[in-house]
Design a protein. Structure first.
Length: 188
């Protein structure tokens, strides 16, 4: 039988360390000749088909108005090779610098939205705002992924996962249970 580890009280303001397992993404946006990139540590897949992704974008963030008004963005998945760019993008404002130029990132045209793809990222997900009912109250955006671009390899890239206080974990060892997977039970 498994032993139970002793637990200590923990500050609720720091629980993100345990509940933000999704990979860090860089969200690119564009509107009226302006473009920006923001680093995002929290997002959630809400539905498979249509493919819906929810996320919070702080109202004070330069990207907020670009995305709110254009109603679109690109969610770009960086690998650990872009760690310094991820941190740099997250610690500067697009109101003052061109983050593509400052951090050596290459904008590429998307096929379904006006926001640029980030060429150096492993994957790019073109998104349109599907539901803005929670934006005014919670800054919660619900996007539909309308086009996806993913590098052929590696199949399981090393991605960054933010745990707070400037510390990241790297997605590690792959554990497969495909033989036990039963897709027919997904909606039961």
């Amino acid at each position: 039988m498994a032993r139970h580890a002793a637990k200590l009280d923990y500050p609720v303001s720091r629980i993100r360390r345990y509940l933000e397992p999704g990979p860090i993404v860089m969200v690119s946006s564009a509107l009226d000749g302006r473009r920006n990139i923001m680093t995002m540590g929290w997002h959630t897949v809400m539905e498979f088909s249509p493919s819906l992704v929810g996320c919070i974008i702080a109202g004070g963030n330069y990207s907020f108005d670009l995305i709110r008004k254009s109603r679109e963005c690109v969610i770009n998945l960086p690998t650990t090779a872009l760690t310094d760019a991820v941190v740099g993008v997250g610690n500067t404002t697009g109101a003052q610098v061109d983050k593509f130029r400052t951090f050596g990132l290459t904008p590429q045209p998307a096929t379904r939205v006006k926001a640029p793809l980030i060429a150096e990222c492993h994957a790019n997900f073109e998104c349109r705002l599907a539901d803005d009912a929670l934006v005014d109250k919670y800054n919660f955006f619900i996007f539909e992924v309308v086009k996806a671009h993913v590098a052929r390899s590696p199949k399981h890239p090393e991605t960054l996962h933010y745990t707070g206080d400037g510390v990241f974990m790297v997605a590690g060892k792959i554990i497969s249970r495909r033989r036990q997977f039963r897709p027919e039970l997904l909606d039961s």
